[in-house]
Design a binder for this molecule. Structure first.
Ligand SMILES: Cc1ncc(COP(=O)(O)O)c(C=O)c1O
Length: 374
């Protein structure tokens, strides 16, 4: 079985360690274990509990407490419709491993997290791209989707909020996509790794798994909870689907382990405090980025509405990978080239990894741009 190299991850693996100012990182400023436990106000008690935990496989499905807490992030789910995985990426993989058969037709938005296209392709599906365009605020065009679906479709893959563009599909758009899927009896897989990280206070968006009876949503502790090092995430969907995914999970995962489970419980028990911190970080950061974009005549964007990334445009005559390699070599500032998504004259910035890093990074991009034009 062949699979395309994962453009974004390969770029990060190759260059990230050389970065002095990493403004390609997609997590909200990661927490230390101390900071996580501080939110709980029960640091000593939790640490003592962890020290006494026997390192068995733990609860194979994920503890009931963890699955109940995850259920609380949704409107219409129960613990048996939730499956815990080692990260959103493992959840996406398992969902696709469960849903896709050779010869299936898959429609996926693009740009998005590359798992959504390359894994189904590797499993022998025909994958057709529903392009997200800046002139449509990086949102899917429903007429185009309807048109594409006419040929038949087994699975529609979306990502909300979207990485890399930061666009946000509101509940009404999700409902319309569900109408198209329902007409064809298709599944929808929605990667919701950034769910809840919205810029405008008060805006709430439903999960696809609550909107559509054949909707599967994946979630993660990495971005929203600033806990990528925990390697924890989950999927949720109809119970029969979860049972099928669970039986396949024996081949890849067995369990996610009791230590991760316990810390994931702490994160969810304190989710309001963590969200308050993280919403402040993303809102402050996007304001800084917005001022910078307004002041840089070679840079443009569709202002993101959610998440931690923006897909900046530039008008210089230089390929995006050369832009990023030269910028890194001369300034130590690290960005991700649009080339990783096959889209030129674009750069993905991750703006939520600390306002000081962001300011320093943006300043050095400005210096680099001035240097090219002098
Ligand atoms: C949209 C999206 N989905 C999933 C993942 C994987 O996250 P995790 O750390 O939970 O495996 C990422 C990581 O960048 C992502 O951006």
């Amino acid at each position: 079985m062949k699979i395309r190299p994962f453009g974004v991850e390969e770029w990060m693996n190759r260059w990230e360690t050389l970065a002095a100012n990493n403004i390609a990182e997609t997590c909200v400023d990661s927490l230390t274990l101390y900071e996580l436990l501080d939110f709980s106000g029960r640091k000593e008690e939790i640490l003592a509990g962890l020290m006494e935990t026997r390192l068995t496989y733990g609860d194979i499905t994920g503890s009931r407490r963890l699955r109940e807490l995850i259920t609380g992030l949704y409107d219409r789910r129960d613990p048996d419709s939730v499956l815990v995985m080692n990260g959103g990426s493992a959840a996406n993989f398992l969902a696709l491993f469960t849903l896709v058969n050779p010869g299936d037709r898959v429609i996926s938005v693009w740009p998005t997290y590359q798992q959504m296209t390359s894994i189904p392709e590797a499993f022998g599906a025909q994958v057709d791209i529903l392009p997200l365009r800046p002139e449509n605020s990086w949102l899917p065009d429903l007429d185009e989707l309807r048109q594409m679906a006419r040929g038949g479709v087994n699975l529609i893959c979306i990502n909300n909020p979207n990485n890399p563009t930061g666009s946000l599909m509101e509940t009404s758009l999700l409902e319309e996509i569900a109408v198209v899927a329902r007409e064809h009896d298709a599944w929808i897989l929605c990667d919701e790794a950034y769910r809840g990280l919205v810029h405008e206070p008060g805006v709430k968006v439903a999960s696809m798994s609550d909107v559509y009876e054949k909707g599967v949503s994946t979630g993660s502790f990495s971005k929203v909870f600033s806990l990528a090092g925990l390697r924890s995430g989950w999927m949720t969907g109809p119970k029969e689907f979860i049972a099928e995914a669970f039986s396949r999970r024996d081949y890849t995962t067995i369990s996610c382990g009791p230590l991760i489970d316990a810390l994931a419980v702490v994160a969810l028990e304190n989710r309001e405090k963590i969200m308050e911190r993280n919403l402040k970080i993303i809102r402050d950061s996007v304001a800084i980025l917005g001022e910078w974009v307004d002041s840089e005549k070679h840079i443009n964007w569709v202002r993101p509405k959610a998440g931690t990334t923006a897909f900046l445009g530039y008008d210089l005559d230089i390929p995006s990978d050369e832009f990023c390699i030269d910028l890194l070599g001369t300034t130590g500032t690290f960005l991700l080239p649009g080339k990783c998504f096959g889209i030129e004259k674009r750069l993905r910035i991750g703006y939520a990894y600390g306002t000081e890093t962001l300011k320093k990074g943006l300043e050095s991009v400005s210096g680099w741009l001035r240097g090219r034009n002098s």
